[in-house]
Design a protein around this ligand. Structure first.
Ligand code: NAP
Length: 332
């Protein structure tokens, strides 16, 4: 067991590790079926648990069930040591194409029954719609989750990429424990209205994309695998990537000065934003997990924070974080 800090998820909520493992890349988005390595992914989940991570993040649509099946394998015989966060609602075809969202109450009840089977468990710790759907009142969606909580099938309610109004409306139906949203040096949209709202209501923030999908690691120079999400992402278009990597060069200088890696500094920056923030480490490899966990040992001085804010000022990073059809469903 490592010495990771524990935080409450939501005001007075359950204790979880302040860093969580994001499992998505083990199944999807950053490569394709041929680049998956299930054995290494399961070993990474076990290494995370061993290091003191208790929070594991997945979605039923990550690899169309593949990610949950990986977790099933990893949690076998030790379910109680894992706090599992599952997103649902995204509809996908067999080849991965996104077909929309379904967060109607009957869909909630349907999705969870499949997730429970795939995970091989009889409860999910944190359950959340992956995106709100303006066609379905959020009260209806979270009302269905609240019923699942009463039935013991779900422990806590979460939201993902939801704006201020949706957060407030959902919280009135059932206390929201956590809001998952992209947050990094390169993506600061959560600071405007989301963090003030979650802080007022006592909701934790689960920060995903803390490395801006690998950009801040300084290892992305183009040549992405076929089907890699980043090959459709404006932030990684050839022109934007070249310019964004100049910012990462400056991040590297700060990292070099501290004997750290750019990923460690980027993760430490997110983690330093508050006790109410749970930082997701998105990796499928043990070596990177070990590298990234050293972020817990890094303290940033005021001068370093000032310099990081200067480098990554509001308009510094070029390109939206999702292609236009994806931007329509996230906080902007
Ligand atoms: N709510 C939502 O809408 C939403 C959206 C996206 C993601 N998420 C969740 O958030 C988690 C984390 O976000 P993310 O994985 O998308 O983005 P991320 O953590 O910013 O970046 C992940 C990428 O960086 C690479 N990486 C990690 N550590 C590295 C290092 N030290 N050096 C070089 N490359 C490194 C990973 O590759 P390797 O695997 O090869 O290390 C992967 O390609 C996901 O796993 C998922 O659970 C939620």
């Amino acid at each position: 067991m490592g010495n990771l800090k524990q935080i409450n998820l939501g005001k007075g909520g359950p204790l979880v590790s302040s860093f969580g493992l994001g499992c998505m890349g083990m199944s999807d988005f950053y490569g394709n079926k041929d680049t998956r390595d299930d054995k290494e992914s399961i070993a990474t989940i076990h290494a995370a648990l061993e290091a003191g991570i208790s929070f594991f993040n997945t979605g039923d649509f990550y690899g169309m069930g593949h990610n949950e099946l990986l977790l099933r394998e990893a949690i076998k015989g030790k379910r109680e040591k894992f706090f599992i966060s599952v997103k649902f609602g995204a509809l996908r075809s067999h080849n991965g194409q996104f077909l929309g969202y379904d967060v109607r109450p009957q869909a909630v009840k349907n999705f969870i029954s499949y997730s429970l089977q795939r995970l091989g468990t009889d409860y999910i710790d944190l359950y959340q719609p992956s995106r709100p759907d303006p066609e379905v009142p959020v009260e209806d969606t979270v009302g269905a989750i609240s019923e699942l909580i009463q039935e013991g099938k779900v422990r806590y309610l979460g939201l993902s990429e939801s704006g201020e109004e949706v957060i407030r409306r959902a919280h009135k139906v059932h206390p929201v424990s956590a809001l998952e949203i992209e947050y990094s040096l390169a993506t600061r949209v959560a600071e405007k209205k989301i963090l003030p709202t979650t802080r007022e209501l006592g909701i934790s923030l689960v920060a995903y994309g803390a490395l801006s999908r690998g950009l801040l690691s300084g290892t992305i120079t183009g040549n992405l695998a076929a089907g890699d999400f980043r090959s459709f992402s404006p932030r990684f278009s050839n022109e934007n990537l070249t310019k964004n990597n100049l910012l990462v060069e400056e991040l590297k200088k700060i990292a070099d000065g501290k004997g750290a890696t750019p990923s460690q500094i980027a993760l430490a920056w997110v983690a330093n934003q508050g006790e109410d923030i749970l930082t997701l480490i998105g990796t499928s490899k043990r070596t990177r997990l070990a590298e990234n966990l050293k972020a817990t040992e890094i303290l940033l001085s005021d001068e370093e924070k000032f310099r990081l804010n200067e480098i990554f000022h509001e308009n510094a990073v070029l390109g939206e974080r999702y292609p236009s059809q994806g931007m329509a469903h996230v906080v902007s």
